[in-house]
Design a binder for this molecule. Structure first.
Ligand SMILES: [Zn+2]
Length: 255
């Protein structure tokens, strides 16, 4: 049975309702046409030019991403900037695109939830965008830094006392460092996020708290295989003959 872009958008909407996205966000079907038939889907964190070429190479009609395009409004689609080039390439190759961004961040398939799983956190609970839980056993902040780098396959930076014992870790992937105070109030001794600005690094470590910067990419890329698997299962359950692929692109090379 064939499926359309609209149907995939509905599936994503059932998982992560588009109206739960932040007002500044840009989610849902963003490029292409909703009545386009889909046989192959490529899932990626970002619709980079490499990802678009990858979709062309595997013969996908649809790219599902976490980060939207046209996050900031555009007044033209000239190929004079990176995004303009990507949009024109997608349209030339009849590719559609759907983004699930801050609406996905509030679900069990968010980058933060996926990181919690990779770190084997116990008793995981959600507070807004944050997911927190207990480590399998308490560990020193410096050892936890190594464990995070290994789990995310991404080099992680630590701000705070290396000897601090951490038993509860909060996670807010991507650009979330302002929420370290909430993480602390929720009872965590450390907070893993994707981008740490100096004032938060300084504030947290002065306050006896530990901040980890696992990279925006490092803390969100784990959602790609999980979202791929989710969509494949949904499609298989209703016997749509569609293959869903996780992107193999590594935008920063091997870290
Ligand atoms: Zn992000």
């Amino acid at each position: 049975m064939s499926v359309t872009v609209r149907k995939i958008e509905e599936m994503l909407n059932a998982l992560a309702p588009m109206e739960t996205a932040e007002s500044y966000d840009n989610v849902g079907a963003l490029v292409g046409r909703r009545n386009q038939e889909v046989t192959k889907i490529l899932v990626a964190l970002d619709a980079t030019m490499d990802v678009v070429k990858e979709a062309e190479n595997i013969g996908a009609e649809l790219i599902v991403t976490h980060h939207p395009l046209m996050f900031h409004s555009r007044k033209n689609m000239m190929e004079e900037d990176v995004e303009g080039k990507i949009l024109c390439e997608m349209i030339r190759h009849n590719l559609s695109m759907i983004a699930a961004h801050t609406n996905l961040d509030k679900t069990a398939l968010s980058g933060s939830a996926c990181c919690a799983k990779l770190l084997k956190l116990q008793n995981v609970r959600q507070e807004g965008y944050l997911f927190l839980g207990e480590l399998p056993s308490p560990m020193q902040a410096s050892d936890l830094q190594d464990a995070i780098s290994a789990a995310l396959h991404f080099p992680t930076r630590r701000y705070g006392d290396e000897n601090k014992i951490v038993s509860t870790l909060a996670i807010g992937g991507g650009a979330c460092d302002e929420e370290w105070l909430e993480a602390k109030q929720l009872g965590a001794q450390a907070f893993l996020t994707g981008e740490v600005r100096h004032h938060n690094a300084l504030g947290a470590s002065t306050d006896g708290f530990v901040l980890y910067d696992g990279g925006h990419y490092g803390t969100e890329a784990p959602l790609v295989p999980v979202l791929t698997e989710y969509l494949q299962k949904q499609l298989d359950d209703v016997q749509y003959n569609v293959r869903v692929y996780p992107s193999q692109c590594e935008p920063f090379g091997r870290m």
